[in-house]
Design a binder for this molecule. Structure first.
Ligand SMILES: Nc1ncnc2c1ncn2[C@@H]1O[C@H](COP(=O)(O)OP(=O)(O)O)[C@@H](O)[C@H]1O
Ligand SMILES: [Mg+2]
Length: 279
């Protein structure tokens, strides 16, 4: 089932000369994990903002084409309605947290939905459990670690029970442990909770392991689309586009060039396993 349908979408910010995204066509299926790759300025964030209607409803400009979230055309649907279906997580967790305690932070959006007290508490406990924040209910959010803050931002969105969560470089500002925590949480949300995920993330090895499909953007267009095991075979093109590749794929590509391996798109584990079995 299609959850999001993007048809011939282009968007130009006010006063910008160029379109930030150009002629995008893309369907996102329920339960899917879609990865977005691309160099800085290629239009990844702009595309994310069209998925929950922030573009064109709050950020205006020249908007051509249509985005449907379930049966709703985002041009004609208030962002407050769309935000119950599509949750958005940004790079900087500090910009998304503004309550005095962890628990209040999660409760905040729920109170605005007009839910019963019991239901609010049930959802808070559920979100705390999934995100591994139990025991931190009374903490002051600014005192949390980067990884905990980002998990809290995710918990607040999760408690609203969206069908799809869009995360725009959620690990970019985190230390290695925070990155690891947030990426494991995203995997869990998709594989165990069945939540549709759209993730902008530079960690190609993670995408290769967990994304169902990836798109690669360049200058506002989607230039590659497919299973990560297919897309990450295009090593030369990805390098030209300035996309960082893990050592395993770079080594895999060299060995493939020399006829030693058949595939370049390997995680570290797969590369080691393949080499062990061959030599
Ligand atoms: N608010 C804005 N106003 C004008 N231009 C913008 C704005 N945000 C982004 N852009 C431009 O749109 C293009 C795509 O940006 P963006 O979607 O942020 O790319 P990415 O997330 O891949 O780095 C860039 O050329 C950028 O300068
Ligand atoms: Mg961006």
């Amino acid at each position: 089932m299609k959850l999001i349908r993007i048809e011939n979408l282009s968007f130009r910010y006010r006063r910008a000369k160029e379109y930030a995204i150009k002629d995008i066509n893309l369907d996102i299926k329920k339960g899917e994990f879609l990865g977005i790759l691309g160099a800085s300025g290629s239009g990844k964030s702009t595309l994310c903002l069209t998925l929950n209607g922030v573009i064109p409803n709050s950020i205006r400009g020249d908007f051509v084409g249509n985005v449907y979230v379930k049966e709703y055309n985002t041009r004609e649907t208030p962002p407050s309605k769309l935000s119950t279906i599509v949750g958005l997580i940004l790079q900087n967790p500090d910009s998304q947290l503004f309550n005095m305690t962890v628990e209040e932070e999660i409760a905040f959006g729920l109170e605005n939905l007009g839910l019963e007290r019991d239901e609010i508490q049930r959802r808070i406990n559920w979100a705390l459990k999934i995100t591994g924040l139990q025991g931190l209910e009374s903490e002051f959010p600014p005192n949390l670690s980067g990884g905990q803050k980002q998990r809290l931002a995710i918990a607040s969105i999760l408690a609203m029970k969206p069908e799809i969560i869009v995360l725009d470089e959620p690990t970019a500002q985190l230390d290695p442990m925070g990155k690891e925590q947030v990426l494991s949480l995203i995997t869990l949300l998709n594989k165990e909770q069945g939540i549709t995920i759209v993730l902008v993330e530079h960690n190609a090895e993670y995408m290769l392991s967990f994304a169902d499909r990836v798109i690669v953007m360049d200058k506002g267009r989607i230039i590659l689309k497919g299973r990560p095991s297919e897309v990450f075979e295009e090593v030369e093109l990805l390098k030209e586009l300035g996309i960082r590749l893990p050592a395993s794929i770079r080594i895999g590509a060299e060995l493939k060039k020399r006829g030693i391996l058949k595939k370049a798109a390997l995680t570290e584990k797969e590369l080691i396993r393949t080499l062990r079995s061959q030599f």
